[in-house]
Write a protein that binds this ligand. Structure first.
Ligand SMILES: [Zn+2]
Length: 92
């Protein structure tokens, strides 16, 4: 479920504090938050975030954040295997 309102702005700006790259999208199952709204037109970004939603389901929702954070601490943002997979999905 796509969210592009002020709540999306808050969520994206919060996530941006922890990212080395500019954050414009965040997937928190079952939502995809995108801000600024114009980026919701970006197919690569939408595919990236949809892959994250698929990952949420893969880890039974409750398992996603612990797995993501573990990878984040171990590999950093860019080399986090869940991010590598999401980036690969952008061009699928
Ligand atoms: Zn991502």
């Amino acid at each position: 479920m796509l969210v592009t309102n002020k709540i999306a702005k808050w969520v994206v700006n919060f996530a941006d504090r922890f990212n080395p790259v500019d954050t414009v999208g965040v997937a928190i199952w079952p939502f995809v938050f995108i801000w600024p709204k114009i980026y919701s037109q970006n197919l690569m970004l939408v595919r990236h975030e949809q892959k994250h939603l698929e990952q949420w389901r893969r880890y039974w929702i409750v398992g996603f954040l612990p797995v993501y954070l573990w990878y984040y601490l171990r590999y950093g943002y860019t080399d986090n295997p869940l991010e590598v997979e999401a980036r690969a999905a952008e061009r699928a």
